[in-house]
Ligand binder design. Structure first.
Ligand SMILES: CC(C)(COP(=O)(O)OP(=O)(O)OC[C@H]1O[C@@H](n2cnc3c(N)ncnc32)[C@H](O)[C@@H]1OP(=O)(O)O)[C@@H](O)C(=O)NCCC(=O)NCCS
Ligand SMILES: CC(=O)OP(=O)(O)O
Length: 335
């Protein structure tokens, strides 16, 4: 187990949160639930067909198992959902039907304070997982844009933060313009600090370093870098940088000798979702990195996604991260 995962599990256990696992019909989710319950990491609500979940071979003692179609909570959640979405054309009939969906049911549990966060995505596509939370929970106070990141833990690696990186946005914002990319960078630095507990060093990635190529794509990253510096002048953030200049000290020194970040970046901001999604999967599959996410940043309460290619261990990690984000939200609200 990586020290990152160890740390997430220990932090989650220290103040147990209630997390909804919306995909109780998925084997890996049930295996992860068993591990979380055995280690006393979080309280769990598991959604799905109650009879088949109870008939599974996994030990799920202590978890609440709820079938949205038959739950006594169904009508209450549907009414609250109708009120939230009435102005968007929601009708009582559609709300009633929508709350049969495990993803909407789970998000509404979080909205009404019946749970602290939700994890899904092992068998649903990202858009389907995140749309309900964006519609219902909305952005956190003071936040303009929800985006997502992966925590990548690369084995036997001294780069980044001893092999640990935040990669963003690999999952949500499809073609961010310069302004959105700047927000993603600043939010990702905060996420790095809060989860990894070290100083973020943010690289705005491109196919160009300090003007080595000049075109619309590199210009977008140059503009995003300037905007991010305006938004958070205290941050160690720089761009535009190629990947090698961002993380390899000798290359950084050669290509961007004056950069405060080159050669030692630990937060990698990709210019769009193609680069980010392909990039994280390359590192996960070829370097055998642990990949936790897509974790969201900026939603009013934590709802996190998974890749459909995830393992039960990946789900354990994302559940622990969700619990840590829920703790942070409560701490923020108490201030
Ligand atoms: C997440 C995603 C589904 C949202 O977009 P969408 O389905 O087109 O939905 P809409 O644009 O109708 O937005 C739905 C709601 O979310 C809100 N929203 C969308 N993106 C948002 C963002 N980045 N931050 C905050 N709110 C957002 C909208 O304002 C809207 O709210 P409303 O319904 O109350 O008006 C879309 O960005 C997406 O598909 N992203 C890529 C996911 C993906 O395929 N990833 C690859 C694999 S990881
Ligand atoms: C994050 C991601 O790429 O998700 P999926 O593999 O489910 O498309």
């Amino acid at each position: 187990m990586s020290s990152f995962l160890d740390s997430m599990l220990a932090r989650a256990k220290a103040d147990k949160q209630t997390i909804v696992l919306a995909e109780g019909d998925d084997e890996r989710t049930l295996a992860a639930a068993e591990a979380i319950l055995a280690d006393d990491v979080a309280n769990l609500v598991i959604l799905g067909d109650e009879a088949s979940i109870r008939a599974s071979s996994y030990k799920l003692d202590g978890a609440q198992i709820i079938d949205p179609r038959t739950s006594e909570l169904h009508d209450k959640l549907a009414e609250a959902f109708l009120e939230l979405r009435r102005a968007k054309g929601m009708t009582p009939e559609k709300a009633d039907e929508t709350l049969n969906d495990v993803l909407y049911f789970g998000v509404m549990m979080v909205k009404l304070g019946l749970a602290d966060g939700m994890v899904a995505g092992a068998c649903h596509a990202t858009g389907d997982v995140l749309r309900p939370s964006l519609q219902v929970l909305k952005t956190a106070p003071g936040v303009k844009l929800v985006s997502s990141f992966f925590v990548m833990v690369v084995p036997d690696c001294t780069l980044g933060h001893a092999g640990t990186f935040v990669f963003s946005d690999c999952g949500l914002e499809v073609q961010p313009d310069a302004e959105r990319l700047a927000h993603i960078a600043v939010m990702s630095a905060k996420s790095f600090e809060s989860l990894i507990g070290a100083e973020p060093r943010v690289a705005m990635l491109s196919h160009s370093t300090y003007g080595s190529a000049k075109n619309d794509d590199s210009a977008k990253v140059v503009e995003a870098t300037a905007l991010a510096k305006e938004l958070a002048p205290e941050l160690a953030l720089d761009g535009e940088l190629q990947l090698d200049a961002a993380i390899i000290p000798e290359v950084g020194a050669a290509k961007a000798p004056t950069s405060p970040v080159a050669g030692k970046a630990n937060v990698l901001v990709f210019p769009d979702i193609d680069a980010g999604n392909i990039g994280y999967k390359l590192v996960q599959r070829l370097a055998k990195a642990e990949a936790y996410g897509p974790v969201t940043q900026g939603i009013a309460a934590p709802v996190n996604d998974l890749s459909r290619g995830c393992t039960a261990d990946d789900i354990v990690g994302v559940i622990a991260i969700t619990a840590v984000q829920a703790q942070a939200k409560k701490a923020q609200e108490a201030r």
